[in-house]
Design a protein around this ligand. Structure first.
Ligand code: CAA
Length: 666
């Protein structure tokens, strides 16, 4: 084939192959632009357009090479997830991908933004990949309970070797352009004009035979390394099928022909696409996008926030401070005394040090964060904050006194947020002038790690303040879920119902260790009694004592937890609770078993064996019933919000979709 010369005439601008795929000719290169907002997903019309483009290129003499580029911020965000439940229209993505790879004329992928899932697979089938520095590349299908379905498991290892491909596909990790280049996935990274450089590359390539990824040999990583990776990934996947299948298919790429590998991949993809796990994970994907939507907020501009005040630099406050520093905010952290301020500063530095030690942060990043931090015992310093988050002891008098003082110190338009878990934020808001600027930002510990933030909309919170709370939480990299005001908000309300039912189960005949095992086998990160011990039993005990006077005497009440607390068993911190912890190891304690038996006998309860199935279904039903109540009371906006809270704050397995999804409510 001869090199292209520049006298080839461009075709008319604005020519289209389909609704979502347009093209133009530049110097003999067919520049194919995908324009399918919001993320250029590979929908039926996009696949048809791309297919047409390659066929057109094949039969049109003037076309010497092809460039595929996305418009907007995405190259291609993946297969169109909304089409998953429907019959697959032809051409399928594997058909389009094969056509691209088979093209005799060079096809260049110009990765202008995210190239994920099917988008990455289109790029892998092209003969050359050039990426802008902002591009992000990955095969995140496992996060949707599936594996790549258009050649990703077979082509990626041909570029990177088996180990890197297995890691990327089994974890769904998305990488930046530079890492993609170092792994051999992209050929060039540019800061310049991507389209121009892609066209130039395409013109250069016409003189050499296309380099087809599918024809390359797989560099096989050390078997032991892939085994170690598999052990690590599978331990973390806790019952999810897709990561194990991903590793199996990457291994197969090294052993089978491309055609056999692709056939096995496709069969596995279709099986997983129709699985309960994938349905649940797709529900979670759309639930996360829905959570940010609050009626009336669409056109409300959040207030600008540059400086965040954090009151209290304890465990929670320091985590919040680190999160805010990571997101680029200036942070003023207030403690009660100079000594406590020094201790708080050390705590924050230690969290940053840990990030450096684990490779998540470099020394410059650490220094930059510390340059934006002030920890002081001088409360007046908070005056410049645009948003203040209090993370002090969860006591109403302490918090209202603090808010009264903040009301005097900060600007009248500064937003004030309480991190309370159980107190009434409306009562706290009443302590300040302009209570409409108060909201709850309920972080979960450790706040620099945990993704969930319940954004509590108080009685008087304005939409602008709510929008600002959501925007800040999002900038912190969190998943904000809006909750109305009630004791415990969404998460702790459901968790209380879960705790109550777990205790009923104990009284009825199941032992804590049996209940924990059933729930861990179901997929919970930890069983309920292990969690109670980890969190400590004293707070719930104090609450029960507070509620004792008003409790309906006819209501079923299990006293076992009270007996444990009376015996000084406050959980893991005190070395014993529902379990004992010799050398920190959770161990069944016969003393607890006899205490349980004694308590049942005192109530005349004849214990019966309760199997794992009944344990799981009773606990799920209790959570779902409480979720129904939260919806009826208007505390939660939608069932899927409740699912997100339990998945991201309480260890509910994402691949089961959350308690409302599991109960068929969302
Ligand atoms: N299909 C359909 N809709 C999608 C989509 C997809 N692949 N990706 C995103 N969307 C939708 C979202 O639902 C959202 O819609 P609403 O505005 O109606 O809520 C909208 O696009 C914008 O999405 P985000 O809010 O997430 O936008 P963002 O800019 O923060 O992130 C993104 C963009 C990085 C592409 C992110 O949306 C994302 O990670 N998408 C999923 C990527 C993915 O998993 N791809 C693999 C798909 S499976 C596959 O490709 C199988 C295969 O091998 C054939």
């Amino acid at each position: 084939m001869r090199a292209i010369d520049s006298e080839v005439k461009p075709a008319a601008a604005g020519t289209r192959f389909s609704d979502t795929v347009s093209y133009r000719m530049e110097h003999g290169v067919l520049v194919v632009t995908i324009d399918n907002p919001p993320v250029n997903a590979a929908s039926a019309t996009m696949r048809a357009g791309l297919n047409c483009a390659i066929v057109h290129a094949g039969i049109t003499e003037e076309v010497r090479a092809v460039v595929i580029i996305g418009s907007g911020r995405s190259f291609v965000g993946g297969a169109d997830i909304r089409e998953f439940g429907q019959p697959m229209a032809e051409p399928t993505l594997p058909q389009v991908v094969e056509l691209i790879e088979a093209s005799d004329k060079p096809v260049v992928a110009a990765l202008n933004g995210v190239a994920l899932g099917g988008g990455c697979e289109i790029a892998l089938a092209c003969h050359y990949r050039i990426a802008s520095r902002a591009a992000r590349i990955g095969l995140p299908e496992v996060k949707l309970g599936i594996i790549p379905g258009a050649g990703g498991t077979q082509r990626l290892p041909r570029l990177t070797g088996t180990l890197a491909a297995a890691e990327m596909i089994a974890t769904g990790r998305i990488i930046d352009a530079e890492e993609a280049q170092s792994l051999g996935i992209v050929d060039k990274v540019t800061d310049g004009d991507l389209a121009r450089q892609a066209i130039a590359a395409a013109r250069r390539l016409v003189v050499t035979p296309p380099r087809r990824t599918g024809e390359l040999a797989v560099a096989v990583g050390k078997g032991a390394d892939v085994d170690a990776l598999a052990d690590k990934v599978l331990a973390k996947a806790r019952g999810q099928i897709a990561p194990a299948e991903a590793i199996r298919l990457v291994r197969l790429a090294a052993e089978a022909s491309l055609a056999d590998g692709l056939a096995e991949e496709r069969a596995t993809f279709l099986m997983l696409r129709d699985s309960e796990q994938s349905k649940a994970l797709r529900h979670v994907f759309f639930a996360e996008r829905a959570a940010a939507k609050v009626p009336g907020i669409e056109h409300v501009e959040p207030r600008p926030v540059a400086t965040i005040g954090v009151i209290g630099a304890g465990l929670m406050g320091s985590g919040i401070a680190v999160s805010a520093l990571n997101a680029g905010y200036r942070v003023i952290c207030i403690e009660q005394t100079a000594e406590r301020a020094t201790a708080g500063e050390k705590r924050i530095s230690a969290l940053l040090d840990r990030a450096v030690a684990s490779g998540r942060l470099d020394a410059d990043g650490r220094a930059d964060r510390l340059s934006r931090l002030e920890v002081t015992a001088n409360m007046n310093e908070v005056a410049t904050a645009d948003l203040v988050i209090e993370a002090v002891f969860d006591d109403l008098t302490v918090k209202t006194d603090l808010f009264r003082e903040l009301g005097r110190l900060v600007r009248p338009d500064a937003i004030l947020a309480t991190n309370t878990s159980y107190l009434d934020p409306d009562a706290i808001a009443e302590a300040v002038p302009h209570p409409e600027r108060v909201l709850g930002l309920h972080f979960f510990s450790p706040a620099n790690i945990m993704r969930l933030v319940e954004v509590v909309r108080c009685d008087k919170t304005t939409l602008e303040v709510l929008a600002t709370g959501l925007a800040v939480a999002k900038k912190l990299g969190k998943l904000p879920v809006v909750s109305g005001v009630c004791e415990g908000f969404i998460g702790n309300r459901i968790f209380s119902a879960y705790r109550r039912e777990a205790e009923f189960l104990v009284e009825d005949g199941a032992l804590p260790q049996e209940i924990d095992k059933a729930m861990e086998d179901f997929g919970m990160a930890m069983g309920p009694f292990a969690v109670f011990d980890l969190a400590g039993l004293e707070i719930a005990w104090a609450r029960r004592k507070r509620q004792a006077a008003t409790r309906d005497p006819a209501e079923r009440y299990v006293e076992i937890a009270d007996r444990l607390c009376e015996a000084g068993r406050f959980g893991q911190k005190s070395g014993k609770g529902w379990y004992v912890y010799p050398d920190g190891k959770r161990t069944v304690d016969p003393e607890v078993t006899s205490l349980i038996e004694g308590s049942r006998a005192a109530k005349g309860i004849q214990p019966r064996g309760i199997d794992a199935g009944e344990i799981v279904s009773r606990l799920l039903a209790a959570m779902a019933a409480e979720g129904d109540a939260l919806l009826a009371e208007g505390i939660a906006q939608r069932a899927s919000d409740i699912d997100l809270v339990m998945i991201n704050g309480y260890g509910f397995p994402a691949h089961k979709g959350g308690p409302m999804f599991a109960a068929g409510r969302s």
